[in-house]
Design a protein around this ligand. Structure first.
Ligand SMILES: CC(C)=CCC/C(C)=C/CC/C(C)=C/CC/C(C)=C/COC[C@H](O)COP(=O)(O)O
Ligand SMILES: CC(C)=CCC/C(C)=C/CC/C(C)=C/CC/C(C)=C/COP(=O)(O)OP(=O)(O)O
Ligand SMILES: [Mg+2]
Length: 282
């Protein structure tokens, strides 16, 4: 893959774009601003990933040597300039959408830089920051399509599940992080405590998530697809409770991402727009 595309982590950036599309499906909005908001989230997330790799070049040389900077396919300087240009573009587009969307983009861009520069190394603070930003992506979509309350509920669930995944990722990255003087949860309190906390986040998010149906946010079509996602999350939680080695953490991190993708399908199936289309077909 072209290294300038690879450094954006396009799969993650596209997953973030899905939050905007889901909010549009929930609101029943086909406003052109949804396209601009999707571009903003793709560019901002990509910029966040690029600046993260800029600051993490030493850690990644140990944990992820094949990434564009440690493998020598992009210089650090080029990655720094590239991410700054992308943050600037996302902020301009955000401001074009309005003052509140613009402020969300500018503040989340600054937070992503601060995370990469400093917060990442701090126990739990870094995890909370990334999880907050992930949840904020739903809220950004909610502001653009005028469904703020619903977006806060979905953002809250994204926050809980991202907390689980970020803790598991810290367990996976413990070797390089320790060499770089980071003070992540597994470094400070050990792999077992981290595994238990990650499982608590997974259990609490998945077991309470049917409430979104009972609140009237989603139709009944949400529930059967959600059951598949819950099965994935419960399997991930049991795996990390059973074993807390780096290899298991890596598998659990991938499994949680799969569960997130299935949850997106549940949100889409239960949304006003897709439910209407599916019911019309029957
Ligand atoms: C049970 C229930 C309702 C769960 C909700 C789960 C949910 C909807 C999660 C959404 C998560 C989301 C918006 C993901 C987008 C992708 C993203 C930006 C993830 C954050 O990733 C940061 C990470 O550190 C990057 O790591 P890697 O994937 O290993 O490159
Ligand atoms: C609301 C708006 C406009 C944007 C939100 C943007 C989003 C969705 C941010 C979500 C979090 C995210 C993907 C941030 C980018 C920075 C990043 C990759 C953090 C994780 O990095 P590390 O903790 O170093 O993990 P790695 O080991 O994978 O590098
Ligand atoms: Mg990194």
């Amino acid at each position: 893959m072209n290294p300038y595309l690879e450094i954006l982590r396009p799969v993650n950036a596209l997953m973030a774009v899905i939050t905007i599309i889901l909010m549009a499906l929930i609101a029943g909005s086909s406003d052109p601003s949804v396209i601009v908001a999707s571009a903003v989230v793709f560019i901002a997330t990509g910029a966040g990933n690029a600046v993260n790799d800029y600051f993490d070049h030493e850690i990644d040389a140990v944990n992820r040597p094949s990434r564009p900077i440690p493998s020598g396919r992009i210089s650090r300087r080029a990655a720094g300039i590239y991410s700054a240009a992308l943050f600037f573009t996302a902020s301009l587009l955000g401001l074009y959408l309005g003052t509140i969307p613009g402020l969300i983009v500018v503040s989340s861009s600054l937070l992503m830089v601060y995370y990469a520069w400093s917060l990442k190394k701090k126990c739990l603070v870094g995890n909370v920051t990334i999880s907050f930003l992930t949840g904020l992506s739903f809220v950004f979509g909610g502001v653009v399509v005028g469904e703020v309350a619903t977006s806060i509920y979905l953002g809250f669930y994204a926050f809980l599940m991202t907390m689980a995944r970020e803790i598991v990722k810290d367990m996976e990255d413990v070797r390089g992080d320790r060499l770089n003087g980071a003070s992540t949860l597994p470094i400070k309190y050990g792999m077992r405590v981290s595994g238990i906390l990650a499982a608590v986040f997974m259990f609490s998010a998945s077991l309470t998530s049917p409430v979104l149906y009972f609140m009237g946010i989603f139709s009944a079509l949400y529930l059967p697809v959600l059951m598949a996602a819950i099965a994935v999350f419960l399997r991930a939680a049991l795996m990390i409770l059973r074993e807390q080695d780096v290899e298991t953490a890596s598998r659990v991190s991938r499994l949680i991402k799969t569960g997130m993708a299935v949850t997106f399908m549940a949100f889409a199936a239960g949304s006003r727009t897709l439910t209407g289309i599916l019911m019309g077909l029957i």
